[in-house]
Design a protein around this ligand. Structure first.
Ligand code: G6P
Length: 366
């Protein structure tokens, strides 16, 4: 029944609204309250093998790559294992040094993306340890990896990924929790993350209830030809994914930038016709992010602030409030309003939202 549009005019909006249920499915049976950890049956590693992982690298394309960036941050924060993400296409073409003590995570909604599959095969040839994080059961990448976690997002039809990306990040939180709990993450910290994950579906629902306000903001800024998406640290992959979503479905040129890098170039472009979406999580960088907004405003740039904390009244031209969750999980929630912003910008501009020009849902050829 997932393929029926029901009351929705397109799949993207339907899939955005399915996210609370998608998250519930991802965590169902996988949270162990007693030991404050995650249970991931398909992983097939024993605790000693999990402890021996010295590095984690996420590989994927498009939104799966940005989800991998969120995953890398979660693994570093919760498990304190060095982690990063790289586009699978780059990895497969550049003669990578394969680390036998690393865990490679191939991330793909479809499980069929050619670049990601090729990266997996290259890794296996070189003795790398690779697990899949795929949504489609029985897909090529899932079969090739042997170890893995299924995303349980349900079928995703719209070209632009929404619930699959959310479930990627939720699954990486589970993976990071598990890796953390076989290492130094305390039971109390584990419980905090478990509680946070349990609370996410209703917080996503609360975020979706703000859709009308976000649609109004989208209409107000839909005339812009270019937009910046600014974030730092936890806000950075969120900004990248937000820019990607806006580009792919609305054709508005969007560029993501780390807040600290603004002054090293892009500030030159700030002007009244160049709005910036600034992502401000509740971390210890709030003051820095407020000063970023001030720098943009001082140059006449309009600002849409997306935040779970308090920022000075009147500072931003538009404000989107995000519910407060555990700090490490914030990127998952912050992504939701940016999906809605992209969606309603594209709707306002009359785009073919489910089938953006020149793009395919999965790219199985080079
Ligand atoms: C295509 C789609 C993107 C998607 C990417 C990776 O480019 O247009 O939305 O993120 O492929 O797809 P995958 O199925 O591997 O997650």
């Amino acid at each position: 029944e997932d393929y029926e549009l029901g009351p929705y005019s397109d799949y993207m909006r339907k899939e955005i609204h399915e996210q609370p249920d998608a998250i519930r499915r991802a965590v169902m049976g996988r949270l162990d309250e007693r030991f404050a950890t995650a249970k991931l049956g398909g992983l097939n590693f024993d605790p000693r093998e999990l402890r021996n992982i010295k590095r984690v690298k996420f590989l994927g394309c498009g939104s799966a790559y940005y989800a991998g960036q969120m995953g890398a941050a979660l693994v570093e924060e919760l498990a304190r294992i060095p982690a990063d993400a790289e586009p699978a296409s780059e990895f497969r073409y550049r003669s990578p040094v394969v680390d036998p003590d690393a865990l490679y995570v191939a991330v793909s909604q479809s499980g069929e993306t050619s670049d990601t599959l090729m990266a997996v095969q290259e890794l296996k040839r070189k003795g790398g340890q690779v697990m899949g994080a795929v949504n489609v059961v029985g897909s090529a990448i899932g079969r090739e990896c042997g170890h893995g976690i299924f995303l349980h997002a349900g079928p995703e039809v719209a070209v632009a990924s929404t619930k699959a990306l959310t479930n990627m990040a939720v699954n990486f939180a589970l993976l990071a929790l598990l890796l953390g709990r076989v290492r130094d993450l305390s039971a109390a910290q584990g419980e905090r993350v478990v509680r946070g994950l349990r609370g996410l579906p209703s917080q996503v629902t609360a975020m979706l209830n703000a859709e009308d306000e976000i649609a109004a903001i989208a209409s107000e800024f839909a005339d812009a030809d270019h937009m910046f998406f600014i974030g730092r640290v936890r806000g950075w992959p969120v900004a990248r994914e937000g820019a990607q979503k806006l580009k792919e479905i609305s054709y508005v040129h969007a560029e993501a930038y780390q807040a600290g890098e603004l002054k090293h170039g892009p500030l030159a472009l700030i002007a009244p016709d160049m709005p910036s979406v600034v992502v401000i999580p509740s971390d210890d960088l709030v003051a820095k992010n407020i000063s970023t907004i001030e720098q943009i405003k001082a140059r006449g740039g309009p600002v849409i602030a997306v935040t779970s904390t308090d920022i000075p009244a009147g500072l931003a031209d538009a404000l989107i409030r995000v519910p407060r969750t555990e700090p490490e999980l914030e990127p998952i929630l912050f992504n939701i309003p940016l999906q809605l912003l992209a969606y309603h910008t594209a709707a306002k501009l009359g785009r073919d939202i489910d089938k953006p020009r020149n793009l395919a849902k999965s790219v199985t050829v080079e």
